[in-house]
Write a protein that binds this ligand. Structure first.
Ligand SMILES: Nc1ncnc2c1ncn2[C@@H]1O[C@H](COP(=O)(O)OP(=O)(O)O)[C@@H](O)[C@H]1O
Ligand SMILES: [Mg+2]
Length: 249
C-alpha cells in the first residue's frame, strides 16, 4: 500500500461479483467477469485494468447500478449505513448518486439549450445552494479544467470532444463524494487538462475520497493507485506479479 491510510474501515467491499449478459437475439450468454472480489477504504484509489472488452466499464456500471449483476455483492458503507449496491432499492441508489457516489464517463450528455455553466451548476443548485454561489463555484471549476471563458455560456452540443469532457469533469467533480467511479475520463483531454484532472483527483484522495478508475494511459494518474483490480485474462497473474506490474505502460 503506497499511501498511509488513517481510516482502514472499508468503504466498498466487492464480494464474488459476476456479470453475464443475456443476448436474446443470439439466444446465448456472454460472461464478462466472475468471482471478482476487492475492497476499497476511504482515500484509496483502485486502478481497474484489463484488455479491451474485458468488462472494465461493465464493472463500473454495475457498481453505479446502471447494470444489474448476475451474482455477488458490493457493500457500500454509506453515511446512512451499509448497503449492497447490487440489491438496494432504486430510490436508495438515486439518493446515493445525488450524495455519495459519483460516476464520470468519457462523454458529456449535452442537453439542448443548457449552457456549460448551467450544467456544472446543476448538482450544486439541486443540493440547495443559491444560484449566485453555485455560479461562482461552477466558474472556478470550469477554469480549473481549462475551458475557455467565452464558452462558459455556450451550449456544449457544439463543443469538441475535449471541451465537452472538461464540462463533464467539472460537473462530476464539483460536489464532494465518498466514492468516484471514473471510466476513461482522460480519453479526449489535452495534456494540460489531464494534469489538472490528476491534480484534482490527488486532492480528493487526500480528502478521503475513494476512487475506482479505468485509464487508457495509466501514467496520467501515476502515483495515485493503491491497488489494481484486474479483469480478464491477466487476472490470472499471481498477486506478486500484479504488484510488480508497472502502473506506467
Ligand atoms: N449492454 C450490453 N449488452 C450486451 N453486452 C454488453 C453490454 N455492455 C457491454 N457488453 C459486452 O461486455 C463485454 C465487456 O464490455 P466493456 O465492459 O465495455 O469492456 P471494457 O470496458 O473492458 O473495454 C464486451 O464483450 C461487450 O460487448
Ligand atoms: Mg470501457
Amino acid at each position: 500500500m503506497k499511501n498511509f491510510n488513517p481510516d482502514p474501515q472499508p468503504l466498498l467491499e466487492v464480494v464474488k461479483l459476476g456479470k453475464t449478459f443475456q443476448i436474446h437475439h443470439l439466444e446465448r450468454q456472454i460472461g464478462v467477469f466472475e468471482n471478482l472480489s476487492f475492497t476499497l477504504t476511504r482515500g484509496q484509489f483502485g486502478l481497474v485494468r484489463g484488455p479491451n472488452g474485458a468488462g472494465k466499464s461493465t464493472l463500473l456500471r454495475c457498481l453505479y447500478r446502471s447494470y444489474l449483476v448476475s451474482h455477488g455483492s458490493a457493500w457500500f458503507h454509506s453515511a446512512l449505513g451499509k448497503v449492497d449496491l447490487t440489491r438496494a432499492a432504486d430510490e436508495d441508489i438515486s439518493l446515493l448518486r445525488r450524495s455519495e457516489i459519483g460516476y464520470v464517463s468519457q462523454f458529456l450528455k449535452p442537453r439542448p439549450r443548457v449552457s456549460a455553466l448551467e450544467l456544472v451548476m446543476e448538482p450544486l443548485t439541486l443540493s440547495g445552494l443559491p444560484r449566485d454561489e453555485a455560479s461562482n463555484r461552477a466558474e472556478v471549476a470550469l477554469d480549473t479544467f481549462g475551458l475557455k471563458r467565452e464558452l462558459w455560456r455556450a451550449y456544449p452540443s457544439t463543443f469538441s470532444g475535449g471541451e465537452s469532457q472538461k464540462v463533464n469533469l467539472a460537473r462530476a467533480l464539483i460536489l464532494p463524494r465518498s466514492l468516484l467511479l471514473l471510466d476513461e475520463p482522460t480519453a479526449s483531454l489535452d495534456k494540460q487538462a489531464r494534469a489538472s484532472l490528476a491534480q484534482r483527483l490527488g486532492e480528493l484522495k487526500a480528502q478521503g475520497v475513494a476512487m475506482l478508475g479505468v485509464f487508457h494511459h495509466p501514467e496520467d494518474v501515476a502515483g495515485l493507485p493503491d491497488l489494481e483490480v484486474w479483469i480478464g485474462s491477466e487476472g490470472a497473474l499471481e498477486d506478486d506479479e500484479r504488484r510488480l506490474a508497472d502502473v506506467v505502460e
